[in-house]
Each structure stands twice: as structure tokens, then as C-alpha cells.
Design a protein around this ligand. Structure first.
Ligand code: SIN
Length: 300
């Protein structure tokens, strides 16, 4: 039985990755789960220089998931290269760096800093809803998206995944623009914009008022978008959005995804991603599936 998948010539031992923003550098999860069991670890967004993120409160529980407005807090590329890459390289898993910027120049700067770094893939974050400059503002207009992808791709020395926002009218339009800019693969969805109000305090729960919603409640939305994007473009798609177990992950694969990422589920069960990988293996063995290509995109 072969659980391996291939993303732009990078072979993952299985299709299960972590979702950026939920896994930091992997250090905080490594005591609870075996990172060797994952296809890839996708780290929290890394910028050219350290970012403070947004003031708290920046996390809130909601029905079926959570809101976050972290604002891509991160210690910057130099710290990441010196401390996080050597840590992650102790494990037999692939490393994917989510990269962020406030401007096209900052996206270029971080890409250049990461040239020669010992990572496997880059994931361009043009979908974070929690920053006033950069993030989602680059991923909701096809022309802007194509331009920034092109600029980053020119400097990247690793295959480039572009992470898409669901907060658009037609995600296939942005997907096509990203591919035309040079994206080697796409990942989707990032969070849906959302809000929660404390009626006793008559205040928004999040300091920044609006944040990004993730968790099981967004799964049907994410699945439909992954399905549509897989039909629209000819590059590998990494599906995510509310995946909590192997059955959820298999739905994304049947919709056409090459791999899947586990995000919010890590907060309720730090071993969730490992369990999803194990569950996929069990399903394959039970159903007599030798290779995931037998069921990938089976929904026509
Ligand atoms: C955040 O740090 O605000 C979340 C990450 C993201 O949405 O990309």
C-alpha cells in the first residue's frame, strides 16, 4: 500500500500536513505527537523581520470552531532559519514555510532571505484576514494576486504553494490568477472572516473586532471550494478547512486534493494530524486501495 503523495516533485510519506497558523514551529506539538508520522509540517507565517501581531483578545470560541486575529505574530526569518529549521530537521517530515509580508517588497525580502534555507516548499500567504496591509488584501483581487505571485516566484528557489482566501466571490478566478503568476501548487482555504459580540459588555470579543473563522463548521464551504478549484486548475491542491478526522480528509481527497492540512483540530487534540494519517491508512487497507490516486478526484 502506498500512502505517498507528490507535491511539485517533493515526495510526502503521506498526504497529511499541518495548517500554518496552528502549529508554530512544531516544537510545542512535538511533546504530544510524533512529527515523524506527518507528511509535512507547515509552520506559522514567517516575515522578513519580526512581527508583534495584534493586541489581545485575539482568540474566541464560536459554535463549530474558533475565531482568531493573531495578525501573523512571528520572530522573523533570521530566527526561523537559525532555530526552527534545525529543530524540524530532526524529524523525518517535510518542511513548508508559510511566508508573509505587508507589501510586495516585504514578500520579496522574506523569499530572498529563505533562498538556500533547508526547507522543502514555500507557501505564500495572501489570505490572512488579520492584517491591514498584506495578507488577504493581496489575495482578493486576481490582478494583484498574480503580480505578487510572479514577484515571489521569480526569487523563490523552492516550489511555491499559494494559499488562497475564501473571502472572495469566485475562488476559481484567484486560483487561475495565482497559477498564471507561477504558483506550482495551491492551498485552500484560509479562514472565513467572522465576528463575535459579548452582549453583556456590549463589545466585540476580539480586540480587532473581525477575525478569521476556522474549525468543523467551515468544512462544507472549504470542501466545495477545493472541489471547484481542482476542476479549474491543473496544479496540485492542498485542501484544508475544518478537517478533524480521516473521513473529513478523505472527502477532500475525493474532491481532488493531493494532500490535506489539519489546523484547528490540533487545538482540541494535539495528536489530530497523526490520527488522520493513521485513519487514512486504515481506510485504504480496509477498502483495498493501493494508492490514493485511485480515489483522488473521484467526484466528477
Ligand atoms: C494570523 O496569524 O492572523 C492567522 C494566520 C492566517 O490567517 O494566515
Amino acid at each position: 500500500m502506498n500512502t505517498k503523495v507528490n507535491i511539485c516533485s517533493v515526495e510526502l510519506k503521506n498526504p497529511v500536513m499541518t495548517a500554518s497558523g496552528t502549529f508554530g514551529s512544531g516544537r510545542e506539538f512535538s511533546e504530544f505527537t510524533d512529527l515523524n508520522k506527518l507528511g509535512a509540517v507547515v509552520v506559522k507565517g514567517v516575515a522578513a523581520k519580526p512581527w508583534q501581531g495584534n493586541p489581545p483578545p485575539r482568540i474566541a470560541e464560536v459554535y463549530g470552531g474558533m475565531l482568531n486575529s493573531v495578525g501573523l505574530q512571528n520572530p522573523g526569518a533570521d530566527y526561523f532559519i537559525k532555530n526552527d529549521i534545525p529543530f524540524l530537521r530532526q524529524f523525518d517530515t517535510k518542511i513548508v514555510v508559510n511566508i508573509c509580508g505587508h507589501s510586495e517588497q516585504e514578500y520579496i525580502d522574506v523569499t530572498e532571505k529563505l533562498r538556500g534555507a533547508d526547507v522543502d516548499l514555500l507557501e505564500l500567504n495572501i489570505s490572512c484576514p488579520n492584517v491591514s496591509e498584506g495578507g488577504m488584501s493581496f489575495g482578493t483581487d486576481p490582478k494583484v494576486a498574480e503580480k505578487v505571485v510572479k514577484a515571489v516566484k521569480k526569487r523563490a528557489d523552492k516550489p511555491l504553494i499559494v494559499k488562497l482566501s475564501p473571502n472572495v466571490t469566485d475562488i476559481t478566478e484567484i486560483a487561475r490568477a495565482a497559477v498564471s503568476g507561477g504558483a506550482d501548487a495551491l492551498s485552500l482555504i484560509n479562514t472565513l472572516t467572522g465576528m463575535k459580540i459579548d452582549v453583556k459588555r456590549r463589545k466585540s470579543v476580539l480586540y480587532r473586532k473581525i477575525g478569521g473563522m476556522s474549525g468543523p463548521a467551515v468544512k462544507p464551504v472549504a470542501l466545495a471550494m477545493v472541489y471547484k478549484v481542482c476542476k479549474a486548475v491543473d496544479v496540485p491542491v492542498i485542501g484544508m478547512g475544518g478537517i478533524s478526522n480521516a473521513e473529513d480528509a478523505l472527502e477532500f481527497i475525493m474532491a481532488g486534493a493531493t494532500a490535506v492540512s489539519i489546523g484547528t483540530a490540533n487545538f482540541t487534540d494535539p495528536g489530530a494530524a497523526e490520527k488522520v494519517a493513521e485513519g487514512i491508512k486504515k481506510y485504504m487497507s480496509h477498502e483495498g486501495i493501493n494508492d490514493l490516486s485511485e480515489i483522488r478526484g473521484i467526484i466528477d
